[in-house]
Design a protein around this ligand. Structure first.
Ligand code: ZN
Ligand code: ZN
Ligand code: ZN
Length: 373
């Protein structure tokens, strides 16, 4: 159960806004199952299992949560938001959904709904000419604009991740002589100890491995005199953290220190560009310009950032070509990197929320390339 912080009033407001978008876009019914859209609108997270759970939201008329009878006791009822329609083991749940949905001209289906549910549903509407769109068309405008409670949740998750980064900087997480995988397990345990419910990832990449942005921590032993990239995050009360810090096991070489100074300035430039009214791609351009001007352009091989919220990666994306305007409440990472294959890599990442008063960072851990003895 993820949205512990939301109340029935919050869900009523959200479902009302979803219906307004449905009306605007001519969507007759919204069908949500496995994934984050369902808990965002209802507070209930579907078990990711073969038995069908689906929230049927007609544009007009009451929403219904179709749910396996054995899961029904887990539902926190939200009067006025949805009614429950439990189904028994011998019922046809897809038929129940089809009946509740009627014969929609346009149905918006959950982006992460399983194909098996949609394919079965298609069989119930073989000749109706229903057009399908992705739920993102309805939900994106809602979910990308974080409200005050969501921002508070992102802040709390960010602060918990910061505490683990501070432990890394203080030398409390032993590095030299341990494998990347051991350090990754250590960081994961600390994320939980600091309040996360689950760990989503804990990348630890030493030396030349740091040149692979999504390196999988392995049995490479960390040595003295090299860079160690750590990128970790989890979910806390339904919202995600995500932070990257690099440390050096000794005094950084001049080459690494020089590149790191550029990276640090690039990350700051990206954050400064994350203002309401700018385009998402402006964040990428600002960070990339600093790196390119210093001659490292070819070594920055990914976009600058991704949206974050109930999911670790969600809209909006800070990437060239995305001219979507940044709005108050947009939450996203700013994480430029420099990767020299076969030698070393580095990335610096904070989560930022755009506000009318300017970019607000969810992370405050030291930005320096700290030396760990
Ligand atoms: Zn990250
Ligand atoms: Zn990230
Ligand atoms: Zn800084």
């Amino acid at each position: 159960m993820s949205s512990a912080l939301a109340s029935t009033a919050t869900f009523l407001d959200r479902i009302g806004r979803a219906r307004a978008v449905m009306a605007e876009r001519g969507v007759d019914v919204l069908l949500l199952s496995v994934g984050s859209d369902l808990p965002y609108l209802s507070g209930y997270e579907a078990m990711p299992l073969e038995r069908l759970t689906m929230l049927v939201v007609p544009r007009d008329g009451e929403a219904t949560l179709v749910i396996p009878r054995l899961e029904a006791p887990r539902v926190a009822e939200q009067p006025g938001v949805f009614s429950l329609r439990p189904w028994n083991e011998t019922d046809d749940p897809v038929g129940i959904v089809a009946e509740l949905a009627g014969t929609p001209a346009v149905a918006a289906v959950g982006d992460t709904m399983w194909a098996r549910f949609l394919v079965d549903l298609l069989g119930h509407w073989p000749t109706s000419g229903t057009r399908y769109v992705r739920s993102v068309e309805v939900m994106n405008a809602l979910r990308t604009r974080k409200d005050a409670a969501e921002i508070a949740a992102l802040q709390a998750a960010g602060a918990a991740a910061d505490r683990v980064a501070a432990q890394l900087h203080a030398g409390e997480i032993a590095l030299v002589g341990r494998t990347e995988a051991q350090v990754s397990a250590d960081i994961s345990a600390r994320l939980i100890a600091e309040g996360h419910d689950v760990v989503n990832f804990a990348i630890v990449a030493a030396g030349e491995n740091a040149a692979s942005p999504h390196h999988h921590a392995g049995d490479r032993v960390i040595r003295a005199g090299e860079i160690v990239l750590t990128d970790f995050g989890g979910t806390m009360a339904g919202y995600c953290s995500d932070i990257t810090r690099c440390v050096f096991t000794g005094e950084p070489t001049a080459e690494v220190a020089e590149a790191y100074a550029v990276l640090h300035e690039a990350q700051a430039a990206g954050v400064r560009a994350g203002v309401v009214g700018a385009a998402c791609q402006d964040v990428d351009r600002a960070a990339r310009a600093v790196i390119a001007d210093a001659g490292y352009g070819e070594y920055f091989i990914h976009r600058t950032g991704h949206g974050i919220g109930m999911e670790a990666h969600e809209d909006p994306y800070m990437v060239e070509g995305n001219d979507q305007p940044i709005e108050a409440g947009h939450a996203f990472s700013v994480e430029p990197g420099i990767y020299v294959a076969g030698k070393w890599g580095m990335r610096l990442e904070d989560i930022v929320v755009a506000t009318d008063a300017g970019p607000l960072s969810m992370n405050h851990a030291n930005h320096a390339l700290v030396t760990i003895a």
